[in-house]
Design a protein around this ligand. Structure first.
Ligand SMILES: NC(=O)c1ccc[n+]([C@@H]2O[C@H](COP(=O)([O-])OP(=O)(O)OC[C@H]3O[C@@H](n4cnc5c(N)ncnc54)[C@H](O)[C@@H]3O)[C@@H](O)[C@H]2O)c1
Length: 120
């Protein structure tokens, strides 16, 4: 099935986890993808794997922190430059933080989670 053929989709947090799985699912249906992550090394590895598995799809990578507005503008601009449009966005990048009862939750971890501030 190729119901995403010719569609340009941005996936954030695409280097691993749910973002990479979504990128793979979209590529398997023919989408062209902008893969975004702040982990540049893992992002290039993900692109290499997806490119070899789905040669009919086009892939670009943009290293970006989704919490930084200029970075967001840049990956939208790069998508339009590469594919002429944006058909879809999977706005997935984020941090889980540690899981703990509210009463024990570290306020600094909470602030990072809510603000999407880079932690590593
Ligand atoms: N896995 C779960 O069970 C689960 C449950 C609920 C919500 N979520 C949410 O789904 C999203 C993905 O979860 P996951 O388990 O795949 O996480 P993950 O940690 O495996 O992957 C997240 C990816 O996003 C990237 N990333 C994080 N912050 C970023 C930023 N500011 N800019 C650019 N890239 C950034 C990381 O480098 C990583 O590649 C997260 O927002 C998470 O909070 C996950």
């Amino acid at each position: 099935m190729s119901n995403f053929k010719g569609k340009a989709v941005i996936v954030t947090g695409a280097a691993m986890g749910l973002g990479l799985a979504a990128a793979e699912a979209l590529a398997s249906k023919g989408a062209d993808l902008t893969l975004v992550d702040y982990n540049a090394e893992a992002l290039e590895k993900a692109k290499a794997e997806l490119s070899s598995k789905y040669p009919e799809s086009k892939f670009i990578t943009v290293t970006a922190d989704v919490s930084v507005e200029e970075n967001v503008k840049n990956y939208v601009d790069e998508t339009v430059k590469a594919f002429g449009k944006v058909d879809g966005l999977y706005n997935n990048a984020g941090i889980e933080g540690k899981q703990a009862p509210l009463i024990d939750y570290d306020i600094n971890v909470f602030k990072k989670k809510i603000n999407l501030v880079k932690t590593d």
